[in-house]
Design a binder for this molecule. Structure first.
Ligand code: BTN
Length: 328
């Protein structure tokens, strides 16, 4: 049995036992291995940071759970319908989006989630790097297979932005907003970035990878000096550390409920959820798109999520993709 599955099984037994002990014999039966092998697996969990007490004649008892994102912990009793039924974890990988693409091509189930403790080549938008130090943040890629044409793929960006904004807002009283279409900010500083990637043929999406990076417990000295935008983390904005495990589970539930709504009722409810965090309506913004820069007042969003601008000469402009900056 792969070591991750053995850990999952043991943690499952601990969960059922609550505060009580799980005997070595019970674990050995569940894993189909010797008592010596059980002891080795327990040592493996201790190395990952789990505090496990061993008492002769009683067995093992879980005393302390580290803030790691092991699949067993992330997926247990999640109660979701679509997202997080399969969770894959890497202590280190180049990019969770790349791993999710591999899984997508190999036919992985909808809702498969790839998580990493650190990324060596985290991908940002427009070919930029996403700073991904170990142990502090969330790096996740979620595979979905929505039954819609590729031209609607950008709707899923609004979906993940709304789910991330809702989850960040749930960590405390924070001024969370979304920047059209796909950054999440606290007090105007970027706390999360989304990189959605598509694998499709002309009329059909094979799969979409929703790449989500959230700065959770990152400290100021961990941010690169050459960032092109003001950034923050939940810790820096609130003064409190957040449990990566709790945050991840909450995010997967929020993604799941919005995705369920999307499948049942289309883009409307998703856009509504996103708009709860959008504060640029009525404000003057500058938008860079298609090698142009335009200035206008945000009139709202179109049904497909395009930004509607009212320009100084009274004309209207529909922007499908671009970089927006508020001017006041
Ligand atoms: C942005 O530039 O704003 C998008 C950043 C997206 C980062 C996340 S971290 C998890 C996933 N894996 C990656 O390589 N990138 C995305």
């Amino acid at each position: 049995m792969p070591v991750q599955d053995a850990h999952t099984t043991i943690l499952g037994l601990f969960r059922v036992a609550g505060d009580g002990y799980v005997s070595g014999a019970q674990i050995s039966r569940a894993l189909g291995v010797s008592r010596t092998a059980v002891w080795k697996k327990i040592e493996g969990l201790r190395l990952l940071g789990y505090g496990i007490e061993a008492v002769p004649s009683k067995g093992y008892r879980l005393q302390d759970t580290p803030d790691v994102l092991l699949p067993a912990e992330v997926a247990s009793d999640l109660g979701t319908k679509h997202i997080g039924r399969e969770v894959v974890y890497f202590a280190e990988t180049d990019s969770t989006n790349l791993r999710a693409h591999e899984l997508g091509k190999a036919g992985a189930a909808e809702g498969t989630v790839v998580l990493a403790n650190s990324q060596t080549a985290g991908k940002g938008r427009l070919g930029r790097q996403w700073c991904s130090p170990a142990g502090v943040n969330l790096y996740a890629s979620v595979l979905v297979r929505p039954p819609v044409a590729p031209r609607y793929a950008s709707q899923l960006t609004f979906l993940s932005a709304a789910a991330v904004a809702r989850t960040v807002a749930g960590t405390g009283k924070l001024p969370v907003t979304v920047k059209w279409p796909n950054d999440v900010l606290i007090g105007g500083r970027k706390v999360a970035g989304l990189l959605n990637e598509l694998d499709a043929e002309t009329e059909r999406i094979h799969y979409l990878v929703l790449g989500i990076g959230v700065n959770l417990n990152m400290t100021a000295d961990q941010f690169p000096n050459d960032l092109r935008y003001p950034a923050t983390s939940v810790l820096l904005a609130s003064g409190h550390r957040v449990s990566r495990l709790d945050f991840t589970r909450c995010l997967l539930r929020n993604l799941d409920s919005l995705y369920g709504l999307y499948l049942a009722r289309g883009f409307g409810p998703v856009l509504e959820a996103w708009q709860e965090y959008f504060d640029l309506t009525g404000r003057t913004v500058e938008v860079d798109y298609q090698d142009r820069r335009v200035t206008g007042v945000v009139a709202g969003l179109d049904g497909d999520g395009a930004l509607l601008l009212k320009l100084a000469d009274g004309t209207r402009e529909r922007v499908l993709a671009g970089d927006v900056r508020p001017l006041e």
